[in-house]
Ligand binder design. Structure first.
Ligand code: PLP
Length: 368
């Protein structure tokens, strides 16, 4: 497919079978644990038609070769396994708590050492990455919504000889392409916006470096964290509408961010789309949109924040994000959330409902 196509066209057309008479329009999930000998696929843990179609589509979007995994965390674990035993990983102070917990576990066993930095502080990242083996980046970060200077810290990471990894889950491949900004590896929890319907767990990795791709594909074979064919097929089906879903969700998010900013009970709104957000200029420079996740705080009132989450009727009180349904949660309800995330911080994953309905429900919950 032509490289000049807009990504919103690529999500619709990539990863489809050749247009020959009687060919189906899309790939099928192949339910077979093995294949007849003599071909390239070999065995069900090595390859599947539905994975291949999703990987081709994600590869085109990010500018590399894709690999799908059983979950976002399975992809994270495969990437971390690339670091040498005793190696050092530089990771954000704030990032998805599951990733930070995995790094802590690896540090506790001596498998890795971990240096945590404010990922928005470019000088601090550049200093920390000297002598490190891997730089783990999330931008915007979950749930603090900090924005890293991806070109600058990727250059610093590479200059230090570290493998630069960007978790691009919040931005999606439509809003940000980290490989083009200097990263070595992009990772997604495809569970979120890519699949988009809160019905699948799936992870993805994309890299333009053939030796990294081969090493990661080898980890998937040997660690066995493969996606189910049905999950890969559902994720590709969801991906077909990502551009439409994201357009609506991020315009809803921008609307809600402004409403929350004006609300007397709200002390802070974190959304890079707001003109005075600390990450606004960076996000505007390296992203083509500000995304559909935002966080807000209630002046230190953690109990009030919990009540808000329990008082909505339309917003779903649940963890996870990136689905068509709007969801909210107080992140510190989880014991593993980073203690510097405020107790009263509520993360919103804005869906595709009508913005007036979303605001009406949130407003009545804020009164509760
Ligand atoms: N990265 C980010 C930014 C996430 O938000 C999540 C899950 O919430 C993950 C990775 C882990 O993905 P999964 O839940 O698909 O294993």
């Amino acid at each position: 497919m032509s490289a000049e196509l807009d990504p919103s066209t690529v999500v619709v057309h990539a990863g489809r079978p050749a247009r020959v008479p009687d060919a189906p329009l899309g790939p099928s999930p192949v339910f077979s644990s093995t294949y007849i000998a003599g071909g390239d696929r070999g065995y069900g843990r090595f390859d599947n038609e539905a994975w291949a179609a999703l990987e081709e589509t994600l590869g085109q979007l990010e500018g590399g070769r894709g690999l799908t995994f059983a979950s976002g965390m399975a992809a994270v674990a495969a990437i971390c396994d690339l670091a040498p035993v005793g190696g050092r990983v530089v990771a954000p102070q704030h990032a998805y708590s599951g990733v930070l917990a995995l790094l802590d576990q690896q540090a506790a066993t001596g498998r890795l050492s971990v240096t945590r930095v404010d990922i928005a502080d470019t000088d601090a990242v550049a200093a920390a990455v000297v002598g490190a083996d891997m730089l783990w980046v999330e931008s915007p970060t979950n749930p603090a919504m900090e924005v890293a200077d991806l070109p600058a810290i990727s250059a610093a990471g590479r200059a230090a000889g570290a493998t630069v990894v960007v978790d691009n889950t919040f931005a999606t491949p439509l809003l940000q392409q980290p490989l083009k900004l200097g990263a070595d590896i992009v990772m997604h929890s495809a569970t979120k916006f890519i699949a988009g319907h809160s019905d699948v767990l799936l992870g993805a990795i994309i890299t333009a470096d053939d030796s990294l791709w081969t090493a990661l594909e080898g980890r998937r074979r040997s660690l066995g964290a493969i996606p189910g064919p049905m999950e890969a097929w559902l994720a590709l089906r969801g991906l077909r509408t990502l551009a439409l879903r994201l357009d609506r969700a991020q315009s809803n998010a921008a609307f809600l961010a402004e409403r929350l900013l004006d609300h007397p009970r709200v002390s802070r709104v974190r959304y890079p789309g707001l003109a005075d957000d600390p990450g606004h200029a960076r996000a505007a420079a390296q992203m083509s949109g500000f995304g559909a996740i935002l966080s807000f705080e209630l002046g230190g009132d953690a109990a009030g924040a919990q009540r808000v989450c329990e008082s909505t009727s339309l917003w779903v009180h649940a963890t996870s994000l990136g689905g068509v349904e709007s969801m909210l949660e107080r992140r510190r309800r989880w014991a593993i959330e980073v203690p510097t995330i405020p107790e009263d911080l509520i993360r919103l994953s804005v869906g595709i409902e009508h913005p007036a309905d979303l605001w009406a429900d949130l407003e009545q919950a804020l009164k509760a």
